[in-house]
Structures are given as structure tokens and as C-alpha cells.
Write a protein that binds this ligand. Structure first.
Ligand SMILES: NC(=O)c1ccc[n+]([C@@H]2O[C@H](COP(=O)([O-])OP(=O)(O)OC[C@H]3O[C@@H](n4cnc5c(N)ncnc54)[C@H](O)[C@@H]3O)[C@@H](O)[C@H]2O)c1
Length: 394
């Protein structure tokens, strides 16, 4: 299958490419891939583990290997032997120029960028360029995944985002203030009937207009924001307090990270989308809202080593207050990139089985699952297994 990555030179994208190629060559195991677990084994017969990559970018680098090497020098996130082994595969991946429309002030932290809007293109022309790039690359087994930097929360416009007709009008009128890059990529993918996943907190395909487009074209899509670190632990642990009738009275989550992702998130407007995405889960997992603090700060020397410090204050029998602390210390791209491959394979399976619209059964992979209030990781996993079983039998 083919995967088109928006943000192709980022650390999650390049690690996903390197990991996929290293697994194909048999030099590493499939640890970290959910689809390699026993309940999903049948997927290998339906969607073989074999990938071709392409994508859009706004940083102009010669190819994905140069980007991977840059990330590797800062993070050493896998053995040197793997870097060498995947070199020629990643050198072949040369991203197309993308759009960064309304991507916020944080985008400046990426250094020199080149975008389609810099060429003075209208919204219609930007979309046309994106669609042409996709058409040139895609076949019937292609999935688009957004792994670009997090955008700020856009101002919602009922007129332009509320219906597909309104969205088309926004494009016709070149109403650039209302469009964001992630919407334009999602629109282009869905219009071409390519399954689309949003691994970021950006708006992507989650506005009513694009959900309508996905339903109309009968193409599957899923998001938002990969659930990989602190939120994964939070939504796995919070149910434990609920099951034992222990009242969570306060939960503090303090995240620090470096790298480009951390730099972009150090801009207030970009950070806000991430905090909203992380913050909503507690209420959904517990059924009430404890006092909560969620912070994300840029910490340059950590690079991609994201560290989360959590403090939970909870009440037990006889009203006694007790404390629970945890520290999550992981390489963000190592926990995120296998999920990109999992999500792409599962969305392609959905497409093959003619499923269209939001695939809420993929909630397991996301912090803010679209159209799904289940945030409990255990329940999400069971839901995913059941869905997969039904699909595999169909
Ligand atoms: N790593 C994780 O565990 C994790 C978890 C959940 C979500 N995410 C999200 O995934 C995204 C990627 O994370 P990362 O660590 O790879 O970040 P990164 O900064 O390394 O990569 C982002 C890439 O996207 C490019 N880019 C930015 N805006 C673009 C645009 N409009 N069009 C095309 N390319 C664009 C950047 O130049 C960069 O190469 C972020 O939004 C992050 O919040 C990551």
C-alpha cells in the first residue's frame, strides 16, 4: 500500500518510513505495532506489510533521508545500522511543496519554509495543486495521514464550514481567513476518495462540511491527535479510579518536550489546540470534572524525548485523600510512528470493505476521537477488536 504523509519530513513521518522499511527488510521486529498483535493477524493477508511513501512538506530539504538523518543526529532514536539500511528507500521520497495557510506563529520556528500561498495562489489553485500531487502518486490502495505541525484552533464559520456547499463557496470566494492548511489537505484527499487520518490536533476533516464530503464519497476518515504518551496513560489509569469508586479530586499533567514539535507548540496559538485536545479526556473517562492543570512547555535539550509528570490527588474510603504520581519518559516518535502505519492499514481495510464516513472504532488511536465519547483505552481496544473481527469476516 501507499501512504501520503502531510509533514513528510517530520520526525514521526520519517521514523514511520524508516521503521516500515526496516521491518520489510527483516532487520527489526514489529514491536509497537498494534496490527501485529494476535487479534489483528489476519490483516497481513488483506493488507500486506509493504509500503510506498510520498508526501507534502513546507521545509525544503532534498529528500526524506536528509530529514531522517537530521532527526537521528539529535535523538539517536534507533540503531545506526537501521539508518544505513533504509537510506536508499528514503532518498527516493521527495516531498511536494505544501500549504501552511493559517498555521499560526509557531510555524516560524521551523526555519525557512516554502509554501504554495507564497506563489500567490488562490484557495482553488492551492487545492488543485494538492490534488494533482495526490493524483500523480495515489492508486486504489493509498491513504493520506496528516502528521504536520499542530495548527491553532481556527475560528469556526457556520457559513463556510457547516456544509459542503459553504466550503465550496469559501474556496470560490478565496476566503483565506477561514481556511487552514489541514482542511485543504483533508478536502483534497476525501474528494479523490482517499482515506484520510488526522494524527494531529489540527481541525483536518472534523468540520461538518468535510464529514459531509466523506459521506458523499463514501470514503473512511478518522482522527484526531494520536494518543501516544501522557494521554494514553491517563485514559488507561483514570478508569481504574472509576472502577474502584475512588474519587479523583485533582489531576496535574505537566509535559516538557523539545524538537520541532515542541518549538511549534511553544507558540501560544498553536499550543492551545494541543491543550484542549489533552484536557477533555478526564471528564469523559471519569464522568465528572476534577480540578485539572494541563501544561506543555518547550524544553530544547530534550529533543524528541517527551517527559510528562503527573500528580493525581484522589479520595478513598472514609474521605481519606491519597496521592499517585507517575513520570512518562519516552521518545515521542517511537511511540507515535507505528500507529501511523496501523491507522493507515486499518483505514485501507475499511475502504476495501466499502465503509465511508468517520470510523469511530479507530478511537483507540486518538486523544480526541471524532464522533466518539469513549476515551477509556480498555473499552476502545475491545471496540477496535470487535470492529476488526466483523470486517475480517465480511
Ligand atoms: N509524536 C507524538 O507522539 C505525537 C502524538 C500525537 C500527535 N502528534 C502530532 O503529530 C505532528 C507531527 O509531530 P512530529 O513530532 O513529527 O513533529 P515535527 O515538527 O518533527 O514534524 C512536523 C513536520 O510537518 C511539517 N509541516 C508543518 N506544517 C506543515 C504544513 N502545513 N504542510 C506540510 N508540512 C508541514 C514541518 O516542516 C515538519 O517537518 C504534530 O502535530 C504533533 O503534535 C505527535
Amino acid at each position: 500500500m501507499k501512504i501520503w504523509l502531510i509533514g513528510a519530513y517530520g520526525i514521526v513521518s520519517t521514523t514511520a518510513m524508516a521503521g516500515a522499511k526496516a521491518i520489510e527488510k527483516g532487520i527489526v521486529e514489529k514491536t509497537g505495532l498494534v496490527t501485529a498483535l494476535e487479534p489483528f493477524k489476519q490483516i497481513d493477508a488483506m493488507i500486506p506489510f509493504n509500503f510506498e511513501f510520498g508526501g507534502h512538506e513546507i521545509r525544503s530539504l532534498p529528500n526524506a533521508f536528509v530529514a531522517l538523518q537530521e532527526h537521528w543526529e539529535q535523538n539517536r532514536h534507533f540503531e545506526f545500522q537501521i539508518l544505513n539500511a533504509v537510506r536508499t528507500d528514503l532518498e527516493r521520497v521527495v516531498a511536494k511543496k505544501g500549504t501552511a495557510l493559517n498555521c499560526g506563529s509557531g510555524i516560524r520556528e521551523l526555519g525557512k519554509i516554502e509554501t504554495l500561498e507564497d506563489e500567490g495562489l488562490s484557495l482553488r489553485e492551492i487545492v488543485e495543486r494538492i490534488e494533482n500531487d495526490l493524483k500523480e502518486f495515489a492508486d486504489k490502495e493509498t491513504v493520506v495521514v496528516n502528521v504536520a505541525s499542530t495548527e491553532p484552533i481556527p475560528k469556526f464559520s457556520e457559513k463556510y464550514h457547516g456544509s459542503l456547499e459553504g466550503f465550496e463557496e469559501m474556496l470560490d470566494k478565496d476566503a483565506k481567513d477561514f481556511a487552514t492548511a489541514s482542511m485543504l489537505y483533508a478536502y483534497s484527499a476525501l474528494k479523490l476518495k482517499l482515506p484520510y487520518a488526522n494524527f494531529t490536533p489540527s481541525v483536518g476533516s472534523s468540520i461538518p462540511a468535510l464529514k459531509e464530503l466523506a459521506r458523499e464519497k463514501n470514503v473512511p476518515h478518522a482522527g484526531n491527535d494520536g494518543k501516544t504518551g501522557e494521554t494514553l496513560v491517563k485514559t488507561t489509569l483514570a478508569p481504574m479510579f472509576a472502577y474502584r469508586n475512588l474519587e479523583v479530586v485533582g489531576w496535574m499533567s505537566y509535559n516538557i518536550l523539545g524538537d520541532y514539535d515542541g518549538k511549534v507548540l511553544s507558540a501560544k496559538d498553536n499550543r492551545e489546540s494541543k491543550i484542549v485536545s489533552k484536557d477533555k479526556v478526564l471528564e469523559k473517562a471519569l464522568g465528572y470534572s476534577p480540578f485539572s492543570i494541563t501544561e506543555i512547555e518547550f524544553f530544547p535539550s530534550l529533543f524528541d524525548n517527551k517527559t510528562a509528570f503527573d500528580f493525581i490527588h484522589f479520595k478513598g474510603f472514609l474521605g481519606k485523600l491519597m496521592k499517585f504520581y507517575f513520570i512518562w519518559d519516552a521518545i515521542d516518535a517511537i511511540v507515535a510512528s507505528p500507529l501511523v502505519l496501523d491507522i493507515a492499514r486499518l483505514l485501507l481495510l475499511a475502504r476495501k470493505k466499502e465503509i465511508g464516513g468517520v470510523v469511530k472504532e479507530l478511537a483507540f488511536f486518538f486523544k480526541s476521537p471524532m464522533d466518539c465519547d469513549i476515551v477509556n483505552t480498555h473499552e476502545q481496544f475491545l471496540m477496535l477488536k470487535k470492529w476488526f473481527d466483523q470486517l475480517a469476516k465480511a
